[in-house]
Design a protein. Sequence first.
Length: 170
Amino acid sequence: MQLTAAGTISGVVRDLAAGQGAGARVTYVRRGAQNDVVAMTGTRKDGTFRLAPLKPGAYDITAHAPGGQCAVLHGVLVQAGQESGGHVLNLVPGARLRVRYAGSEGYLSYSILCDGVVIASDIVQAGHHSGVIAPAGHVVVKATWSPKASDTRELDIGVGETKEVVFGEL
């Protein structure tokens, strides 16, 4: 068995309108990770974040701020035993996307992709919904529910707009 040293990503989430660091939820996924595994953390009050320990590879990072802003950073390279630092995610106004599961039982699992990057994922109980802030533009929502049901929806969403996608309708 061979162990690989982990790497680190660090940086800051910035609110361009305020001209300073901003508190945000940071999600990250390693490209090529099986099942699009998304991990999440938060920034410090000054907007700084540190993601560790990470397997070597390229990561896509997304920041979501409480005020409906978001940022995406593609292809941040992590090398074994090293820190990839100084990354800046500049928040811009986003759009709101609500995913509803209209099924009568069980759960729906979904992922939202922007430019081929998983920016959010969640699980929704039958009869409920989940919301996320997404970058404006073209997004893809992939969902699975019940033992064998799945669907993919593509939509365009504008800054400040709210759209709902419903799965499991009869």
